[in-house]
Design a protein around this ligand. Structure first.
Ligand SMILES: [Cu+2]
Length: 167
């Protein structure tokens, strides 16, 4: 002991060393505990209502004169109508179950089509349709209405984030 004290110096130095060693092992222990306590992400069910809304459609020519030029032959909306999905973007984590209610208050039919997920749901006029799916791979998935009249205006995206990792 005498030699040990000699090599490390005074007793207060020894005590300080001891406190340092104990302190380090305690914080390592706490870190280990925190890490083992966090669980991997548990996928959730996320529910959304998406509504087809008219933005610039034939019927509005009665109240907005200038649309007559747009919808006329050769006009920029010739053969087209502008509808939107509201909301047009939804965000989930990979592995989540997506529950959708697709509302179409108009008399024109639409579709909710996600080509990359092989999803194609018909939205009949004045109807409400439910659909459900799981997206396991992170990415940005575009959805569109497949009615030619409504392209390229009627679209949106499902943003699938990587599942949060355990911290
Ligand atoms: Cu449509």
């Amino acid at each position: 002991m005498r030699n040990l004290v000699k090599s490390f110096g005074t007793l207060p130095t020894l005590i300080a060393l001891l406190v340092l060693v104990v302190g380090c092992s305690a914080s390592v222990g706490a870190e280990t505990l925190t890490h083992s306590a966090s669980a991997p992400y548990q996928p959730e069910t996320r529910t959304f209502t998406i509504t087809a809304v008219p933005l610039l459609v034939h019927e509005q020519q009665a109240t907005m004169d200038y649309l007559k030029t747009d919808f006329a032959k050769g006009g920029i909306l010739d053969g087209k109508e502008v509808y939107g999905f509201s909301p047009s973007s939804i965000t989930v984590y990979a592995g989540d179950t997506v529950n959708l209610t697709l509302v179409n208050p108009e008399d024109d039919a639409h579709t909710f089509t996600v080509p990359d997920l092989n999803i194609n749901v018909v939205m009949k006029g004045q109807s409400s349709t439910k659909t459900s799916f799981v997206v396991s791979k992170p990415g940005i998935y575009q959805f569109v209405c497949a009615e030619a009249e409504h392209a390229p205006y009627m679209w949106g995206q499902i943003v699938v984030l990587p599942a949060p990792s355990a911290q």
